[in-house]
Design a binder for this molecule. Structure first.
Ligand SMILES: *Cc1c(COP(=O)(O)O)cnc(C)c1O
Length: 393
């Protein structure tokens, strides 16, 4: 498997586990246990059962007929927006909390930007009766009122972080600090395919249910188990990694990633990490990140809070640098336009993040017979204030 993680936790030259000494033991314990635990029949059974009865899986693979006519290919939508809590993130938080329980942990911590991962974590903590602390930049706490209230209602403690720019990067630093102070009883649930090994691989495996279902659903609908294109948006890259997983080594399938260009790749207001990033270490792994020449993180910008991260999962740095995946940077305007288009044509209001993947449809020249699968990572409820601003323009 050319694009899988190697035994040291690397994808090509990206990945690894760059953690403070105090966390080395934790990360090693996780490394030693995660594959064994998640492959145990009792784990698989509990995970599968919750995905089915609690999340509502399998999510439909929907042939979007009117959109297909406009795009000039057969476009299927993988409907992660229909999951409980409204996005793909719940697949991963269920996997990680089951793992935490099996490792005897009693306290859960998480970081969140827009609050989507925080809500998904608070949800599974309520379900499993576990203590939950969510670190969130103060700026985001003020911007994401509804998600903060949801987390509180679900029983989580939301800790506003006042260091740095008071956003996701700072919340992540604070979560890592907490983990250093509580290495024995605490499990850190990371929300994307980022962080030190084994997180990127572990999160990929929990999200790979998306890819597994796509394969089975394509056999039923198309009589073959692979599409010509797979398309997903990338923030940290978990819905994309989950979408690609079982087709990574199948070169018949073109992998397309949509990252956030913000106001444009060549403006200062952008989150196009893959196109602009240089190699460095962020939050425990070697990857591409937006940084100045002397290694200061450049604050990213995107209209979509879920894509607004200065790094990228190491698997995606590898897929992009080897040319396995093709990356498009989609601007705010292109994404919003694509969101309105999907709403008008199909009656589906997508999350702003997913709208970037939809925007990428317009950058590719398809053949009419091409089978395209695009993952709609989440629903647009949380983005209505932003959509309304455009509506009123
Ligand atoms: C968080 C989020 C993303 C970005 O995260 P990935 O790890 O890149 O998938 C994308 N879409 C939605 C709806 C999200 O909530």
């Amino acid at each position: 498997m050319k694009y899988s993680v190697d035994k040291n936790g690397y994808y090509g030259r990206f990945g690894g586990a760059y953690v403070p000494e105090i966390l080395q033991k934790n990360v090693e314990a996780l490394e030693e246990n995660y594959l064994k635990l998640i492959n145990e029949p009792s784990f698989i059974e509990e995970f599968t059962c919750l995905l089915k009865d609690y999340v509502g899986r399998p999510s439909p693979l929907y042939l979007a007929k009117r959109l297909s006519e406009i795009i000039g290919a057969k476009v299927y939508l993988k409907r992660e927006d229909l999951n409980h809590t409204g996005a793909h993130k719940i697949n991963n938080t269920i996997g990680q909390i089951l793992l935490a329980k099996r490792m005897g942990k009693t306290r859960i911590i998480a970081e969140t930007g827009a609050g989507q991962h925080g809500v998904a974590t608070a949800t599974v903590c309520a379900l499993m009766n576990m203590e939950c602390i969510v670190y969130m930049g103060e700026t985001d706490v003020n911007r994401q009122y509804l998600n903060v209230q949801k987390m509180r209602m679900l029983g989580a403690t939301v800790v506003p972080v006042t260091s740095g720019n008071k956003t996701l990067k700072d919340a992540t630093n604070e979560a890592i600090r907490d983990w250093c102070n509580n290495p024995t009883d605490t499990f850190y649930i990371i929300g994307s395919v980022v962080g030190p090994h084994p997180y990127p691989d572990m999160v990929t495996r929990f999200q790979s249910v998306i890819s597994q279902e796509i394969k089975a659903q394509l056999i039923e609908k198309e009589g073959r188990d692979y599409p010509d294109y797979l398309i997903a948006c990338v923030g940290g890259g978990s819905n994309a990694a989950g979408t690609f997983f079982y087709h990574l080594d199948d070169e018949r399938v073109q992998l397309i990633e949509a990252e956030a260009a913000g106001l444009g790749v060549h403006t200062n207001e952008t989150a196009a990490t893959i196109q602009l990033g240089t190699e460095g270490v962020i939050h425990g792994s070697r990857t591409l990140l937006m940084q100045t020449e002397d290694g200061q993180i450049i604050e990213p910008y995107s209209i979509s809070a879920g894509l607004d991260y200065p790094g990228i999962g190491p698997i995606h740095a590898h897929l992009a640098k080897t040319g396995r995946a093709q990356v498009f940077a989609i601007t705010d305007d292109e994404a919003v336009k694509a969101a309105f288009e999907l709403t008008e044509l199909e009656g589906i209001i997508p999350a702003l993040e997913s709208a970037h993947a939809l925007g990428a449809l317009h950058k590719i020249s398809f053949k009419p017979t091409d089978v395209v699968v695009l993952t709609v990572s989440g629903r647009g409820d949380k983005d209505m204030p932003t959509y309304l601003e455009y509506f009123e323009k």
